[in-house]
Design a protein around this ligand. Sequence first.
Ligand code: ARG
Ligand code: ZN
Length: 457
Amino acid sequence: MRDFQASPKPLRILAALIVLLTVFIASAQQPGADGVGDRLYPQLGNGGYDVEHYDISLRFTPEENHISARTVIEATATEDLRSFNLDLYGLTVERVNVNGAIASFERDDSEFIITPATSLAAGASFAVAVDYAGVPSPIADPGVSFVKLGWQAWEDAYFGAVSEPSGAMNWFPSNNHPSDKASYTMRITVPDGLTAAANGVLTEVTANQDATRTIIWEMSDPMASYLTIVAVGDFVEFRDDSGPVPIRNYFPAGLDADIVSGFDVTQEIMSWLIDLIGPYPFSEYGVVVLPGFPAALETQTLSAFGAEEPDPIVIVHELVHQWFGNSVSPARWQDIWLNEGFATFFMALYLEEIEDHQGMELLLSVAQADLPPPGDIEVSELFGPSVYFRGALTLNALRARVGDDTFFNILREYYQRHAHSVVTTEDLIAVAEDVSGRDLGEFFDAWLYREEMPDGP
Ligand code: ARG
Ligand code: ZN
């Protein structure tokens, strides 16, 4: 450290000036960054603030697949901000307010740049209200070439949004990155005769004068924007309160009874997973069946499925994500194996323990293909076989290396320590080393980052 007292006077003044200037420059009003620095998605998310809550009021007109909405965002500035960005794709913005005062804004592709009338000081909480409308344009994301993301129509009768990874920005402005989770209120207004299912707990249904209803959903635990769902259609609610967690499923009216009863195993699977991992993270669970939806997706507290008889291991997969992915979420997209490797591992475990199949052997046979390392992927590999299968095999190898008891203690501790938060692969390694008392750096390095697949644990 420099000794100011001992320096000659001019030097001391110079040194003091440098210190002051640095402070001054650091506190000068800056624009917030247009991304959070995600290697795979540099433009997703934004810097300079942290969102606590989204309150989305959305009026939906099915004839045109049109939305008219106001989203209010409560956030805290993490630096002094002259302007900041949200992510929003398409739609027309009508008005932006920051703390009740009109703010100016610009649009540049999916960057939505807002300049409040008064700059925001680091640490200040602020509210942004955005009024907007239009017909959402589904998003083509290089991470999922097989589906369109965000708000869209399925079979002209079901509407809404599923988004992993980038789609949320086509129906509400957000800090569109899992590193900034927040709670949500969704107030969805639909014509009488339709219903709207969304994340969290259904808290209110209000009949309006104009033959519409407003349905309010409250997601009070933190949620990543990619896990939001809205599903609008002629749905019937099926409740199952026979197990440890209230289950409410939304099925299209008249759905084939075999598909409906295919979800009956959910409570059993729920109990099995609670025993293995720890308490279910949220207050309710369920699925919504969307005819024409080509996959299954673990949207928080309400997974989305297509209109097919569900395979129990897919029910397992999406339910596991509620712990691993939804409650414990990736801080960066390159760590997606922490979602998919875990969910796939439990599919194999279910086959092995419950259905008495050779689940892990099945996994290993898929992996004969010599999969590239899942820890260091490009965007096109986000949902590729190495993330799912070499990810799962990494966990199975860890299990063989430390033994069953220690392995499941690691999973439980990892969940408990990071519930409702975000993690990187290093956080998992730290827990595994703490719980096992072993140095596992070399082990994880070989499985996750080195080209050649290890041939044993
Ligand atoms: N997370 C999903 C799964 O576990 C796959 C995600 C693909 N994205 C999507 N929007 N369908 O199966
Ligand atoms: Zn998955």
